[in-house]
Ligand binder design. Structure first.
Ligand SMILES: Cc1cc2nc3c(=O)[nH]c(=O)nc-3n(C[C@H](O)[C@H](O)[C@H](O)COP(=O)(O)OP(=O)(O)OC[C@H]3O[C@@H](n4cnc5c(N)ncnc54)[C@H](O)[C@@H]3O)c2cc1C
Length: 584
């Protein structure tokens, strides 16, 4: 007999667990979260918050999105990505990153109603966790997940109350392992992984020091430092990472994974900080230091019966490209509506199979991308003549050589420029952040082939209403002329049908089929004198359907299905599509 019962039990209050709890509570589904610690993240690991993750926060409500921006460093201060000898030393070069170049800024603005920003995990987690608890999530801190059994109806995980030492048992219809890179839930569920853990050694040194004189004129979140040892372990080079402008910093520095992890005491932390900042007298106020390993590992299945994994539990990779917390939050956005539909009796269990089909390819993609980004520092080292170890003498020689007047120096300057520009695959990789297209049983084809990407799909966000893709964002206008994103018309736990003039049959069909299936479907008509005006014509250009056609959009903004034009029997069409998606 279980001590506590709930619909969905989530292990972990990190970005994945807290986001999922907040979404489930917003959808009116009973859920609990547990965390073995008594509080949330105590170190600011994730910062880069991409537009797609912000769209999830926006879906949770304008106040949630606004609070994130309030605490975040603005995108304008993120993008002068500097490569240097040290903060005080000579600059090797820089690249405009995170949507800072005029071209990429335009692409960001076209892509989403939300802005990329830099929000430390120590701020993100409380926002998500508070949203969850204030909307109904029951949270138990100092509670450690130990194991689980599952049967046809649910999971029974025993947990330990770390305050009393007593073990008690939960019973839930579903169990979600959002328990991070050493996930016990994944292990106990026997989920398969590919890749390797522990491919590199890294340390974090978090400290306070006013470094504004070195950085405020070239505002960035990341300062990459070429110093002896910069090519050993770590994430590509030495990194001085802004946490709060410009007096709180995180240094990421590597160590040889084949050696025991170093003990990072105050003396070592100070020495590394002085070396990377380039100030032998720098005084730091050390907040914390710890070591961690670079992983290259992803789950190929994220579900075992009624047990799911998400976030770092499923994708374990270095912070390169800033994809970890973002993808964790997006995993939650994918799974939460599906769990809600099953718990509410609107969908069959088969809907949940789409979670692995849709998110495991994303896990593989981001783990591969992040690890590749570390290797792609190689050309910068090579251009500076640093292959085969970095020492001060070599750095001095090649920094001097590139300033010569001869042809060799010109070639070297070009090689450095190209090597730095190539790092856009880490620091301006907008396509990886935005272009997810799903293929699964929760998407019904309209018979059209998948449109090819016109530009590099890793670098550039490109949108389509092809079923499986995320609905394109454009601005449409309400009766008072105020602009709203097409994404704002959708989401919040519901299916939405978008149509235009001549699509009234779809609206009636959505009402009747929705009533039949017990599934409320929101409808919007876009066109002159209808619910929403398309004054600028962006919707007409983006929708890829005729006015009389329709788009059926899932609660996570992905297009479930589309009809190019009006149908003979719209109710029959919608019934066919929805019963397929919902596994009814
Ligand atoms: C230096 C660094 C910089 C980074 N920068 C970025 C960035 O810029 N952008 C980005 O998106 N990502 C970044 N990341 C990655 C990001 O921190 C992770 O991807 C993210 O924290 C994963 O979230 P999660 O919720 O899956 O797991 P976690 O945040 O690891 O949370 C796991 C949760 O599970 C709990 N838990 C674990 N085991 C148990 C148990 N047995 N019982 C109960 N509770 C348990 C933990 O206490 C915790 O609450 C960075 C990481 C590092 C190290």
């Amino acid at each position: 007999m279980a001590d506590i019962t709930t619909d969905v039990l989530i292990i972990g209050t990190g970005p994945a667990g807290s986001a999922t709890a907040a979404l489930l509570s917003s959808y009116g589904v009973g859920n609990m979260v547990v965390n073995r610690y008594r509080w949330l993240a105590n170190t600011p690991r994730a910062h880069i918050t991409n537009q797609r993750a912000m769209e999830v926060l926006r879906d949770l409500g304008p106040e949630v999105e606004a609070e994130a921006y309030m605490h975040a460093t603005d995108q304008d201060l993120m993008g002068e990505n500097v490569f240097c000898e040290s903060l005080a030393g000579e600059e090797i070069g820089r690249m405009k990153s995170w949507g800072k170049s005029p071209e990429m800024r335009a692409e960001h603005q076209r892509s989403s109603p939300c802005r990329m920003n830099d929000l430390p995990q120590t701020f993100m987690e409380p926002i998500l966790f508070k949203t969850a608890c204030s909307r109904g999530t029951q949270a138990r801190m100092s509670t450690e997940y130990l194991a689980h059994d599952q049967d046809a109806d649910g999971a029974t995980p025993p947990c330990r109350d770390r305050l009393t030492g007593k073990t008690f048992t939960f019973r839930s219809q579903f169990l979600v392992g959002a328990d991070g890179g050493n996930s016990l839930v994944a292990e106990h569920a026997g989920l398969p992984f590919e890749g390797r853990m522990g491919v590199g050694g890294s340390m974090n040194i978090l400290f306070r020091a006013d470094l504004s004189r070195y950085v405020a004129h070239r505002p960035s979140v990341l300062y990459w430092v070429m110093q002896p040892g910069a090519d050993v372990g770590g994430i590509g080079m030495g990194l001085v990472r802004m946490v709060r402008t410009w007096d709180e910093w995180l240094i990421v520095w590597g160590y040889d994974i084949n050696q025991p992890a170093p003990v990072v005491d105050e003396a070592m932390a100070t020495q590394v900080a002085r070396q990377l900042v380039g100030d032998p007298d720098l005084k730091i106020d050390l907040i914390s230091a710890n070591t961690w390993t670079v992983n290259n590992c992803y789950a190929t299945r994220m579900q075992a019966g009624r047990v799911f994994i998400m976030g770092d539990a499923a994708h374990r990779h270095p912070p390169s490209n800033g994809l970890g917390s973002n993808t964790s939050i997006q995993d939650g956005f994918n799974l939460a509506w599906k769990l809600a539909a099953v718990v509410k009796g609107q969908a069959g269990l088969g809907l949940l199979d789409s979670y692995t089909a849709e998110r495991a390819p994303v896990a593989k993609q981001i783990v591969t991308r992040a690890n590749q980004s570390i290797a792609e520092f190689g050309p910068i080292f090579e251009a500076l003549g640093m292959d085969g170890g970095v020492d001060h003498e070599k750095i001095r020689r090649s920094m001097a050589a590139r300033a010569d007047s001869g042809e060799a120096a010109e070639r070297q300057r070009e090689a450095i420029r190209k090597a730095i520009e190539f790092k856009k695959y880490e620091f301006d990789c907008h396509g990886v952040e935005m272009n997810q297209r799903y293929r699964s049983g929760a998407v019904v084809t309209d018979g059209q082939p998948e449109p090819a990407f016109a530009k590099d799909p890793e670098l550039h966000a490109q949108f389509t209403t092809w079923p499986g893709a995320r609905l394109p964002h454009v601005w449409v206008f309400d009766r008072q002329g105020r602009q709203h994103s097409t994404l704002d018309l959708c989401g919040r736990g519901q299916f939405t049908l978008l149509t235009g003039i001549g699509g009234e049959g779809w609206v009636e069909a959505a009402a009747s089929v929705g009533a039949e299936l017990g599934l409320p479907i929101r409808t919007h008509v876009i066109g002159p004198r209808r619910d929403w005006e398309d004054y600028v014509g962006d919707w007409a250009r983006a929708s890829e359907i005729r006015d009389s056609g329709c788009l059926l959009v899932r609660p996570d903004h992905h297009v479930a299905w589309r009809a190019f034009a009006a149908a003979q029997d719209p109710a029959a069409e919608l019934r066919r599509v929805l019963t397929t998606i919902l596994a009814r």
